[in-house]
Design a protein around this ligand. Sequence first.
Ligand code: PLP
Length: 351
Amino acid sequence: MPDNVIPLFSDTETRPTPGMRAAIAAAEVGDEQKGEDPTVIRLQERVADLLGKESALWLPTGTMCNLVAVKTHTRPGDALVADGMAHVVRAESGGAALASGVVTETIRTERGIFTAAELQAAMDRVAAVPEPYGQPVGLVCVEQTHNFGGGAVWPLEALDAVAACARSRGVPLHMDGARLLNACAALGVSAAAVAARVDSLWIDFTKGLGAPIGAVLAGTAAFIAGARRYKQLFGGAMRQAGIAAAGCLYALDHHVDRLAEDHENARRLAAGLAGIDGIEVRTAAPDTNMVFFDASGPDLSNREFIGRLAASGVRLSGAGGAIRAVTHLDVSRADVDRALAAVRQAAAGRA
Ligand SMILES: *Cc1c(COP(=O)(O)O)cnc(C)c1O
């Protein structure tokens, strides 16, 4: 990507910093598949500790974390309950259906956050047809922060309520915590405080944390032992993976405290966009690092608007029928101001 491009397309666009590259170059490595890579072992212990879980497992991607977690928690034919815009439902190539044979019962939400009553109703819909005709609910999934919900944060009280509801039915609760640490920065709580509310969860290192490869899944020792088998089965067991894990350890040391800056930049962007004629901001005060907005009108579609911005060096994406801008460590406050100027110009030139 040329240096003059403003990469608001996604927080996956971050590139390893010189410091991270140095840590990667110096990584101590071993055969990860045999459990002999010291850097991977250190990372797994560090994440288990961060999340207050018994055990953790390094995987190549967040998608594989969900794939392995759903497989470990459920049996073929079980129902998986999640909100209808969850990444595990919408954006993982149908992996849960393919690998785990689950049917999906979705909850319609505004921003990806549902209530205990909505979860109860979804589980009641599944249970309305008794077994053997119906199916048991095998797993409930929540997403923190919610990607297509605009980086929406699950407050602890909302999580408590759905956790109690799932527990009352004996159903495990899994969290897609791709951006959990963004949620923690927004809530001002520890990652362990959030993690204590769910049975399993994972964090992604390739979003706002800025590492090139890796995600870590955590839960009880028994859950992780089961997950390890599916990691191998799905081809997720690697060899000298410490090369990549070193980038993740570096991210934990250097890129967590700065997440609040990304949120500040997102708020600055949203506030600026709200003042531009022809732009409709979906969430005036974004919870975390995403801003969803609309530029469409009779004369112009969002897609065309994204194209115009790309021509002026601002990379944006389309998501959920809106335009999505995501802030991260490769987007400075000055970049936000330059992006706003470009949007203003594109919006003014639309008639
Ligand atoms: C990015 C993302 C994933 C998938 O993670 P990858 O590391 O890209 O495979 C899953 N869930 C959410 C909410 C995400 O944003």
